[in-house]
Design a protein around this ligand. Structure first.
Ligand code: TXA
Ligand code: MG
Length: 303
């Protein structure tokens, strides 16, 4: 029922927020530049920052990009799932140029969440969806987070519970020669991608996923990282230990998967408590820890 309503809204050029297994997305018809412009406007996102086009499958993605065999191998291994591929855009792609911010490449993702899959199947066209938060804020991992950021500006928020993974997709660029580059660490650890691509270069100066801007994913409070013992008055975000009074723990047992799922909701909750400083325990850089540390570093960056 709500999927039907969502399709009506998308067809009329409106915005629908929907759950994925990573974070909630703010969706619009990827083929309609006016709808895409509305996404940029609602998010307050600079229009040079391109969007991910969501599709049901690797087969559907192939209509929009020139996928090198290595890109196809990644799609076969990880789609549907928390992977985004950036590849040369196909001339015949129906995704509008505004969604790609005028770049010659396109970002594609086939999400696994059943509500996202049902929406894509019912709509029958690609759906652009940035994370459903205002530009620069923390990503939304529940329908309530989406409503807190957008209020009535989003016509419909499809309910899908708390995001299972809680961290955005891993973004890999694969150029026409099959050269792979990690643009954004994310829900799939680097080592799993590297079983298919070999050692990954990490994006540096020249190639930019604008989400790699230093200050991003930012709460209102200031963040202090790699803190073993918080100062008086600081709210502590623990890891590998239970939460102290006034704080929260990402995972008492030191489980990185659990920590990823809790990251944004806990940062939002501590931020809402009104503290000036959130002190964050050291997070190991292995596995999902790379992406968690990446988001924390951006949230802590001066702004
Ligand atoms: O998990 C996710 O990826 C979520 C869910 C909703 O799918 N989406 C998400 O979208 O995180 P967003 O817009 O918040 O982040 C997408 C990132 C941005 O940093 C953008 O700059 C980058 O993807 N991107 C998009 N198209 C690109 C392109 N052609 N080249 C390089 N980076 C690109
Ligand atoms: Mg985002």
């Amino acid at each position: 029922m709500s999927i039907e309503r969502a399709v009506e809204i998308l067809s009329a050029g409106g915005l629908v927020a929907f759950p994925t297994e990573t974070v909630y997305g703010l969706g619009a018809d990827a083929t309609d530049p006016r709808a895409v412009a509305r996404v940029y406007q609602a998010k307050g996102r600079p229009s040079f920052n391109p969007l991910i086009a969501h599709v049901p499958s690797l087969a559907a993605a192939a209509a929009h990009a020139h996928l090198h065999p290595r890109a196809r191998a990644l799609g076969e291994a990880f789609w549907p799932g928390p992977l985004t591929l950036v590849a040369p855009r196909a001339g015949e792609s129906s995704v509008c140029e505004l969604a790609c911010a005028g770049l010659s490449t396109i970002a594609l993702r086939a999400p696994a969440h059943p509500v996202a899959q049902a929406l894509l199947a019912a709509f029958g066209k690609p759906i652009v969806a940035p994370s459903a938060n205002r530009s620069g804020h923390l990503s939304a991992t529940s329908a309530d987070h989406v409503r807190a950021d957008f209020g009535g500006a989003v016509e419909l928020v499809l309910e899908g519970g708390a995001s299972e993974i809680g961290l955005e997709s891993t973004i890999i660029a694969i150029d026409a020669n099959g050269r792979a580059m990690l643009l954004r660490p994310g829900a799939i650890p680097r080592t799993e991608i590297e079983t298919i691509t070999g050692p990954l270069a990490t994006a540096g100066g020249a190639i930019t996923a604008p989400g790699m801007l230093a200050s991003h994913y930012a709460p209102r409070a200031r963040l202090r990282l790699d803190v073993k013992a918080p100062e008086p008055g600081e709210a502590y975000l623990a890891f590998g230990a239970p939460a102290p009074e006034g704080g929260l723990t990402l995972s008492a047992s030191g489980n990185l998967t659990e920590a990823a799922a809790n990251l944004y909701a806990h940062l939002r909750a501590l931020d809402a408590s009104g503290v000036q400083v959130i002190a964050v325990a050291p997070i190991p850089a292995r596995g999902l820890g790379e992406a968690i540390r990446d988001r924390l570093a951006r949230a802590a960056a001066p702004r």
